[in-house]
Design a protein around this ligand. Structure first.
Ligand code: ADP
Ligand code: MG
Length: 302
């Protein structure tokens, strides 16, 4: 079950997710929605060593309100490690991570869970919970918070769960056991859990990896909608076409460093991608609107 709450692939700080520790009795304030452009998460000079190897070597990266930031790069580049550090699920060996203007380590787990929702790369859940209960776990951080209308808290939770199920097209599975879903269906439910948390910062590690074409586009449209509503989104992607089409900013991670960080049309160039992915990549202007079409070079057939 830890997989739904921590950043699965890398070491998680115990209890840093939205588990039972958030159900304390002290009433916590709900954070105000940040102004567009506000830095919601920031890594400075980040260094992380794992298993005796330097995995991140001096990374600077910011996630801002109103912006979709795509984090791309080859397998093993350090994306999930950086992601875990930004989520405050991992303590760096050097450098700083600030979340909502405070050092990550200064936040308690319940306070953090109101400010950032995390979809880890792998979501292992072995108990046969119904889908709607999995999504409702995203509401746990809100228990005990100060609300404008304390009598409305249950309805607010119900609305958040129903909207997250609808947005991810998982309403039809609501009563089925999570463990009986396909990989792609599970990925959408895990995303719904993070959406239901309704935090100003949404951190998604490869949310589209298991999804069909329709649902890949759907997930990125959800990211755009959240950004348009003023939230910050950091999304790890392998599909560079999705990054080009939907991200405001793309950061390319390569061997533990940020190789490029900027608007997609500036960052997603054939020279850089060919070097980083160690495979020839071609970038074409789309005939309709000149948006970048990114293709790995493939041998001619026949
Ligand atoms: P990405 O998400 O970009 O594919 P990761 O951040 O998961 O990459 O991993 C970066 C590198 O760190 C990989 O080479 C991986 O094998 C290594 N790594 C990840 N977690 C650990 C760990 N707990 N111990 C040792 N090495 C690790
Ligand atoms: Mg990863």
């Amino acid at each position: 079950m830890i997989g739904l709450f921590g950043s699965g692939a890398v070491g998680s700080r115990a209890g840093s997710g939205v588990g039972s520790r958030v159900l304390g009795t002290r009433r916590r304030r709900v954070p105000a929605r940040p102004a567009p452009g506000t830095v919601l998460a920031e890594a400075r000079g980040l260094r992380v060593r794992l298993g005796g190897r330097e995995i991140l070597r001096g990374v600077d990266l910011s996630a801002r309100a109103g912006e979709v930031l795509a984090l791309v790069g080859p397998n093993g580049a350090g994306k999930s490690t950086l992601f875990a550090a930004l989520a405050a699920d991992l303590t760096p060996d050097a450098g700083t991570v600030c979340l909502a203007g405070r050092p990550a380590a200064d936040w308690s787990a319940p306070e953090l869970a109101l400010r950032r929702a995390v979809l880890p790369q792998s979501t292992a859940l072995s108990f046969p919970f119904p889908v709607q209960d999995v999504v409702r776990m995203g509401r746990a951080p809100w228990a005990g918070t100060v609300r404008e209308d304390p009598h409305d808290s249950g309805a607010e939770d119900d609305t958040a769960v129903a909207e997250a199920l609808a947005a991810t097209e998982t309403t039809a599975f609501a009563h089925r056991p999570f463990s009986a879903l396909s990989g792609g269906e599970r990925a959408r439910v895990a995303l719904a859990r993070a959406l239901a948390q309704r935090t100003p910062l949404l951190l998604l590690d490869e949310p589209t990896a298991a999804l069909d074409l329709r649902h890949q586009e759907l997930v990125l449209r959800i990211c755009r909608e959240r950004a348009a509503a003023g939230d910050g989104v950091v999304v790890v992607l392998h599909d560079l076409g999705l990054a080009a089409a939907y991200a405001d900013r793309v950061a390319v991670l390569h061997e533990g460093r940020v190789a490029a960080d900027g608007p997609p049309e500036e960052v997603l160039r054939d020279e850089l991608l060919t070097r980083v992915y160690r495979h020839p990549v071609e970038v074409f202007p789309h005939p309709r609107d000149a948006s970048p079409v990114i293709l790995p070079h493939r041998p001619a057939r026949g």
